[in-house]
Design a binder for this molecule. Sequence first.
Ligand code: NDP
Length: 330
Amino acid sequence: TRVIKLKNRPKGRPEISDFEFDKTEVCSLQDGELLLKTRYVSVDPYLRGRMSDAPSYIPPFEVGKPIESGIIAEVIESKNKDFSKGDFVSGTLDWKESQVAKADGLHKVDPEKAPLSAYLGILGMTGLTAYLGLTEIGKPKEGETLLVSGAAGAVGSVVGQIGKILGLRVVGIAGTDEKIEMLKSEFGFDAGINYKTTENMTKAIAEACPDGVDVYFDNVGGEISEAALFNINKFSRTINCGAISVYNNTEIPKSISVQPFLVKKSSLMQGFIVFDYADKHPEGIRQLTQWLNEGKLKYTETIREGFDNIPKAFLELFDGKNKGKMIVKI
Ligand code: NDP
């Protein structure tokens, strides 16, 4: 079966040459195990962190070993009483076309209830990140203003919609006019800012948020987030969810000091990792499913096809080629 491994630890922006396309044997099935065929692969910005060996909240990928990410797979053969041939499972699996895996950490997903790819996005890790990051740290209140960076992506597009459901004014920041238009017309955002064509982000945020920013859901870090700081309100909350704008940095960037801003405004800034809220995942999935079924929440996906295109789809995240969740269909 085909497998994609980490070839080199990237310096700066990852490239196709950092991945190795190889073949490997599929092991024989032991008791308790499943033979799986990969159907949908999630590519995510956080995988960039795992490609380097700096200590983080999940161990780095090893050079010469398969890369892994969120995958939806079909059970082809089962030696586990809880799973049958034809079931679909979701879990963190290797970038292999077929593989034998232990059942721990895998859970069944129902293609009758939602399209399979949705379990990697809106009903999976990114949906939970949006919901739990916003509610647990953002603690949004009706009438407040929510600013979201990376707003047209998998997490951001859901954050903004939840903000609207909860009665907030929602402003999104994204990298193309088409994305801004989508945020407003399809996802109900009140306003949007294209950071690539805006010279003065601080001023643009002030104009789009006339009452200031009460909750800032930060997916990108860097200069965009510095501009947000100039606009935060008293007792505002910032969710540090991600910092894609600096993931490929090779040098420590010169940045402004956040502390005076936080002090002046009695403002909270807190990091968020969705895996640290595992006890709240069932409740999150229940709420997201309910909103989806009620038609209050929508989602979009960018689907690439073909096993060999997994690394390319991953690299495209850094060029903003996706709207909503980036997924590869095998
Ligand atoms: P997205 O679907 O948002 O894809 C990434 C997007 O980032 C691109 O579409 C692009 O959109 C934008 N982007 C790329 N480069 C830059 C840049 N230099 N400056 C500003 N924007 C940029 O990915 P996800 O929704 O999966 O993830 C969003 C963020 O949330 C990431 O930072 C990720 O690491 C983080 N995350 C954190 C989790 C946690 O538990 N803490 C869990 C899941 C995600 P554009 O066209 O607008 O530039």
